[in-house]
Ligand binder design. Structure first.
Ligand code: PRT
Ligand code: ZN
Length: 303
């Protein structure tokens, strides 16, 4: 018989990610870029790591902090909003923090905002005194209200928060916003930002188990490598020596211009650029004397 997930002794690392939803695909892509590959189980809840002893658990995002707290998983990809909400709830129940965000991952960005009916004139938090606020984030909201010294009623809802004011179950809402389209469609306007959120790689507050600490550190180093390189491009070209000052001026925001050995009087040059290199930038460099311009994606690096 297979031992239960939580108690099985293990030297394999286990990472929880969202089974489906906004963070599912970017989390898988990130881990694949870190060199991980998996064999999926038939129930599609567990993926056995093939390239490394790193397995995936596919779950609801709400369950990820608890799985880390209980030691079922070592790491998880989850929204900072979810992590902070559950940490706040633990604190309110007198429990110590059990997990922490180890890395911001640069996807799943959103803000937890207070939003009021469009026709309201917003004068500031003091206006909330005695009102009812609908939210799926009661602990974050309660903490914020406390810090503001406001006594308002938190109405906890698990979904469709944005229709609460129209239904008359709350006066305003506190919900996640990314494009703002949902608020606008419900005649609400954002007025206060309680939290800037993105997907994070979370791990246990107490550090990793000895049996898996090496694997966890290797994975974190690879994650750092992928995140650093995400938007970087390597620009390569050749040029005559007397074009160098003009080219350096055009490339002053890039990394150092490195001369490669070889070439017959003509210099072979390369530099690392943050973000995309546009056609227009390439044409300007060409006018300044660059030849054979090439922009290459950087796939991997060990810092
Ligand atoms: O099934 P499971 O429980 O895993 O999924 P879920 O439905 O709880 O989560 P999901 O996939 O909707 O969101 C996962 C995470 O994505 C969240 O915890 C956030 O960290 C992040 N995220 C980023 C968002 C949004 N942007 C977002 N816009 N989560 C939810 N929304 C919702 C918001 O609640 C509102 O209803 O989208 C609507 C607003 O969007 P805009 O673009 O109209 O402003
Ligand atoms: Zn959820």
């Amino acid at each position: 018989m297979t031992p239960p997930l939580a108690t099985a002794p293990r030297d394999r690392l286990r990472i929880a990610i969202q089974k489906s939803g906004r963070l599912a695909e970017p989390a898988r892509s990130l881990l694949a870029a870190c060199g991980l590959s998996w064999r999926e189980s038939r129930d599609k809840l567990f993926c056995y790591g093939e390239s490394l002893p790193v397995d995936l658990l596919l779950v609801r995002d709400d369950d990820i902090p608890g799985l880390i707290a209980d030691g079922v998983c070592d790491l998880g990809v989850v929204g900072r909003n979810e992590l902070e909400e559950q940490a706040g709830e633990r604190a309110r129940n007198g429990l110590a923090p059990a997990y922490r965000a180890l890395r911001g991952l640069g996807f799943g960005q959103c803000r937890l905002m207070l939003a009021v009916p469009e026709e309201w004139e917003w004068t500031g938090p003091a206006q909330l005194q005695g009102l009812r606020i609908a939210t799926s984030y009661p602990a974050i909201l309660a903490g914020w209200l406390e810090r503001q010294g406001i006594d308002a009623q938190v109405v906890e809802l698990s979904g469709s928060v944005e229709i609460a004011p129209r239904l008359g179950t709350a006066d305003l809402i506190c919900d996640l916003v990314s494009s703002g389209g949902t608020l606008a469609a419900n005649h609400l306007k954002p007025v206060e930002n309680l939290l800037d959120s993105e997907a994070v790689l979370a791990g246990p507050a107490s550090g990793f188990d000895d049996a898996r600490v090496g694997l966890a550190q290797m994975l974190l180093r690879r994650v750092d490598g992928v995140l650093q390189l995400k938007d970087r491009k390597l620009l390569m070209f050749s040029a005559e020596r007397d074009s160098l000052p003009a080219l350096e001026r055009l490339l002053q925001d890039a990394g150092p211009l490195v001369q490669l050995p070889g070439g017959n009087g003509v210099l072979s040059l390369q530099t690392m650029c943050e973000g995309a290199v546009s056609w227009q930038q390439m044409e300007e460099l060409e006018r300044a004397g660059a030849r054979g311009l090439m922009v290459l994606a950087v796939e991997r690096s060990l810092a």
